[in-house]
Design a protein around this ligand. Structure first.
Ligand code: PEP
Ligand code: MG
Length: 315
């Protein structure tokens, strides 16, 4: 019907049976937040704060940070904004956080590991976020990158709560965190699966290296099975499970991810309209059926083909 077409081209993300799947944006600047709001994002699922400080020699002050955070939050009154604390290291070194001379920076002291080693930087960022959140109408949540153990998740939630931020989650993008989802998930208020790094680490294939790019495919059942077990742990513990890697921007894969238990999807805002339209074609039962087909496939290519073939035709 016309109403169905209209609701699929704007408004909140939902499946054909009405099941809500909030469509959030990945942003890295005030400008990209403004663009995301204009494109109908229902909030922000990943604010990559390290992008703001890539050239900085020293840690930005609390006031300087709070000003920028306030400007981003102002774009999403009444909506959720998930802020990732600094994810420094590997492809995004920050002079004040990243160790020099690591031989394998993707396996080095990066993400939350670097913040634990420089805890005042983390405390200052959380203070700036709490200050900006208190002065805004957005529903601000914080999230830690590169969490690999349940202890790290517990550490992050405790330090966020100490800084008066009540909702603290963790990214699941290191295989150990996904394998131990039943222990990691209960230590977080929400989790968000970073399919870019999860795929890189599952295949031991640098996500930026062209010669191994064929392995960077989140359709691979090796990745999907881990996502499935995180989805199960989320459902068992009543903990929301978001997806914030590039996988969420692939419309048909987005349906599979919902079938695997994703409760929200976050992506580059340019992809939201296409994902919204595809979700509107499927019920939750249908998404779960497609997900089962994908996880049973022997390869990424086979999963993509089998799901494409099983996709119900447009009404
Ligand atoms: C990811 O790893 O999937 C992710 C969303 O974070 P980033 O791409 O910034 O590492
Ligand atoms: Mg990542």
């Amino acid at each position: 019907t016309l109403a169905a077409i209209r609701s699929a081209s704007s408004g909140p993300g939902r499946l054909a049976d009405g099941h809500a799947v909030p469509l959030l944006a990945n942003v890295g600047s005030v400008d990209s937040a403004r663009e995301a709001a204009a494109r109908g994002a229902e909030g922000v699922g990943l604010f990559r704060t390290e992008v703001l400080f890539l050239g900085a020699e020293k840690a930005p002050s609390v006031d300087e940070q709070a000003d920028t955070y306030r400007a981003v939050f102002a774009e999403f009154p009444g909506q959720k904004v998930v802020v990732r604390v600094l994810d420094a290291g590997a492809d995004k070194p920050l002079a004040f956080l990243t160790d020099q001379g690591e031989e394998n920076p993707a396996l080095g002291r990066r993400g939350l590991r670097a913040l634990q080693a420089h805890e005042q930087v983390l405390r200052d960022q959380l203070t700036a976020l709490a200050t900006a959140a208190a002065a805004s109408d957005a529903e601000v949540q914080v999230m830690a990158p590169m969490v690999s153990t349940a202890e790290e998740a517990a550490y992050f939630r405790a330090i966020a709560h100490e800084s008066s931020i009540s909702t603290a989650g963790v990214m699941v993008e290191v295989p150990s965190a996904a394998i131990l989802a039943d222990h990691v998930v209960p230590e977080a208020d929400f989790v968000s699966i970073g399919t870019n790094d999860l795929t890189q680490y599952v295949f031991a294939a640098d996500r930026l290296l062209g010669t191994v790019a064929h392995l960077q495919d989140p359709w691979h059942p090796a990745v999907l099975r881990l996502i499935e077990s995180v989805g199960r742990a989320g459902a068992a513990n009543g903990v929301p499970v978001g997806i914030c890697g590039e996988a969420a921007a692939d419309p048909l894969l987005a349906v599979v991810l919902v079938g695997l238990g994703a409760t929200t999807l976050s992506m580059s805002s340019t992809s939201i309209a296409d994902v919204r339209a595809e979700l509107a074609q499927h019920t939750l039962d249908d998404a779960q059926r497609l997900a089962a087909i994908a996880v049973a496939a022997p390869s990424a290519e086979a999963a993509r083909r089998a799901v494409t073939d099983a996709r119900p035709l447009n009404p």
